[in-house]
Each structure stands twice: as C-alpha cells, then as structure tokens.
Design a protein around this ligand. Structure first.
Ligand SMILES: NC(=O)C1=CN([C@@H]2O[C@H](COP(=O)(O)OP(=O)(O)OC[C@H]3O[C@@H](n4cnc5c(N)ncnc54)[C@H](OP(=O)(O)O)[C@@H]3O)[C@@H](O)[C@H]2O)C=CC1
Ligand SMILES: N[C@@H](CC(=O)OP(=O)(O)O)C(=O)O
Length: 330
C-alpha cells in the first residue's frame, strides 16, 4: 500500500516542530512535506532518518497531499486553507480561524472523537488552555454536570510561539531587551493579558475558554469566568479552576474518576508536597491534576477547586492534532 502524504504547514514554528517530533514518536510512516514562509525555504530537518527540505508555501503546495497539519497564525491560515480544500487535502488546523464554524468539528480525542467523522475537510484543534482544562474536567462534568467554571491561567511564554521563547531567553540574561511577542517585559514579571480585550474587558483568550468549552462538551449552557495570565515559564500552562456543579460534589469520587481518566495523571498528595507543576509536565502528554478540594465558600457543597498543568505545545497543540490525524488514518 502506498504511503499517505502529510504536510506540516508552519513546520519551522514552535507547534510545527513539535508536530514533526510527534509524528516520529508515534511512528506515523508517511511521505512528509514541510511548508513555511520564503524565509525558511531550504532549511533541512530530519524525519525518520531522512532529511526533508522545507518548501515555501504556495498555491500549489497541496497537490497530492492527503492530510495537512496546520500550524500558522489565523491570517496565514485563511490564505492557504482554500488552496488545501481545492486540492482535496483534509486539514487538522491549530489556529483559531475556523474553530467556531458550525461545519468544522472542534475535537479533543479523549472527549468527542465521534465529531471527527462529521468533518467536511477541516477539523479544528482547540485552544491550548481549553484542551488542558477540559481533559481534566471532562469526567467531572459527566459525573457532577458542571454549570460554571471560574478559571485563572498561568500560561507559558512558548504559547506565543518562537518569539515568546526568545523573549524569555533574552530577558533573563538582559531585562532591557524589548519583547517581540508581549506588550511588556516577561522575565521577572507576569502580564494579565493574552490577546486583545473587548468592550467588557474580556480578552480573546478568555472568550476561547467560554466558547470552545461549550462546543467541545456539546453543552451551550456552561458559563466560564476566566482570567488569562502570561507567566515567565518556558513551557506548560497551569490553571486554577473552580467548578460549580448541578449535583452535589464528592471530592473522593472526583479523585477516583481522575485517577482513571484518559489523558490525566492524578498528582494529589499536598501533605507530602505532591501537586502538579509545569517543570514536571513539560515534554510529555498527560495533564496533571491535583490540589483537589471542596470549595468551602460554597455551603451548598456544589463547588470544587482543582489545579492542573499540561504541556501546551504537546497535548495543547501538536499531540492533540496528531491524535486526530491517527483517527483519520484508521
Ligand atoms: N505555541 C503554542 O503553544 C500554541 C499555538 N497554537 C496555534 O498554532 C499556530 C502556530 O503557532 P506557533 O507555532 O506558536 O507560532 P510560531 O510563530 O512559532 O510559528 C509560526 C509558523 O508559521 C510560519 N509562517 C509565518 N508566515 C508564513 C507565511 N507567510 N507562509 C507560510 N508560513 C508562514 C512560520 O514560518 P517561518 O519560520 O518561515 O516564518 C512558522 O513556521 C498559531 O495559530 C497558534 O495560535 C495553538 C496552540 C498552542
Ligand atoms: N494563545 C495561546 C496559544 C495559542 O496560540 O492559542 P490559540 O491557538 O487559541 O491562539 C497562548 O498564547 O498561550
């Protein structure tokens, strides 16, 4: 049987490079095409012991490409998506350009894999902070029915791509070097803004947790109150989450469910200083969950608090996309 041809669009970026690694780790044997801007044309990367040269993305790049993994910003993605669709290429896209389109499934394979089959040529990968939160919350939603989530995020600089990584690397050595990816210095600082604000003072990243959670969980009634913060961590997003549920919560039951939940590692022994931390979750695919406790400020016993961490370039982006691709290849 001939091998499928798979393209990574944005192959030189933070997510694109992780996709390359992920395809190799998961032994997806394919003809691989690496696409990026003219700036990267001619760069060489190794995939399964083969050197592959980066090609400039053009209108003809998708000829004979069966599947594409998209890892470019929204405006770039909107330019090339029609070229891919015209060529009949099925795209798993990491940008937010198509996530809320009713014809585009938005998928976390541990939660709604059945939606993949409804695709019309595009499947969207959710926002990274949303993936990390929902992988942790899905089993709790099934058991207690979440009505409202109150979330504070602590998001790594690599969430802003290669430039975000460079900013932290530069500024820890010399804090006077200006940021390329952030509105302020990020070393020795934190910035309570990810994306532009709307007239209510809610940022784009905060809206993604609201809108995308409802779509993925097929529950339009879930309400999300969120504050997204960029912190000087290289890799792995962390989130403090309070859930208010329809049913009375049971912390012990929650621990049991999370201990067996797909994609989750229960890391919850605070008396022995065991809890999720970004240094431990980086460069692996599980979402760590801990600090699970009842919210004693809610006397009705319908609220619970937890803390989770996950590598947003892996499970929050590249791994999730490659898991979707694996479903398509079955
Ligand atoms: N970083 C993360 O943790 C996450 C990112 N995402 C999303 O994934 C996408 C990629 O993000 P990320 O990897 O961080 O970004 P990077 O800035 O690290 O990479 C951007 C990529 O886009 C390519 N690119 C830029 N302009 C063009 C162009 N005109 N034509 C072709 N390719 C181009 C770049 O190529 P070149 O090197 O040649 O400039 C590079 O490969 C974004 O939509 C982002 O929102 C989603 C979840 C998590
Ligand atoms: N915005 C996220 C990463 C990301 O790119 O998300 P999205 O694909 O939803 O724009 C962050 O900065 O951490």
């Amino acid at each position: 049987m001939s091998k499928e041809t798979i393209a990574i669009v944005g192959a030189t970026g933070a997510v694109g490079q992780q996709m390359l690694q992920c395809l190799e780790e998961r032994k997806i044997d394919c003809n691989l095409k690496l696409l990026a801007s003219a700036r990267s044309k001619g760069k060489v990367f190794t995939f399964m012991d083969q050197d592959i040269t980066v090609e400039e993305l053009t209108e003809n790049s998708f000829e004979n490409v069966d599947y594409a993994l998209g890892a470019t910003e929204n405006d770039i993605t909107k330019t090339w998506m029609p070229w891919a669709q015209k060529a009949g290429t099925i795209v798993v896209d990491n940008s937010s350009a198509y996530r809320l389109d009713p014809n585009v499934p938005l998928v976390i394979p541990e939660i709604n894999p059945e939606d993949i089959q409804k695709n019309q040529g595009i499947i969207a990968n959710p926002n990274c902070a949303t993936i990390i939160a929902l992988v942790a919350l899905h089993v709790l939603h099934q058991e207690f029915k979440i009505k409202r989530m109150i979330v504070s995020t602590y998001q790594a600089v690599s969430g802003a791509g290669v430039k975000g990584i460079q900013d932290l690397e530069n500024q820890v050595k010399d804090p006077s070097i200006p940021s390329q990816a952030f509105p302020y210095p990020i070393a020795y600082n934190l910035i309570p803004q990810i994306g532009d604000f709307d007239e209510n003072g809610i940022s784009k990243e905060e809206w993604k947790l609201q809108n995308e959670s409802c779509k993925i969980l097929h529950d339009p009634d879930i309400l999300v109150n969120c504050t997204c913060v960029r912190v000087p961590i290289m890799r792995s997003h962390s989130e403090s989450i309070t859930i208010e549920c329809e049913k009375e919560v049971d912390v012990q039951k929650a621990r049991e469910l999370l201990a067996h939940a797909p994609g989750v590692k229960l890391v919850d022994d605070p008396q022995n200083k065991i809890y999720p931390m970004p240094l431990d979750t980086s460069d692996q695919d599980l979402v760590y969950v801990g600090r699970i406790r009842e919210d004693l400020s809610d006397p009705s016993k319908h609220s619970m608090i937890l803390f989770c961490c996950g590598d947003q370039i892996r499970k929050g982006a590249a791994t999730n996309a490659v898991q979707i691709l694996e479903e398509l290849l079955k």
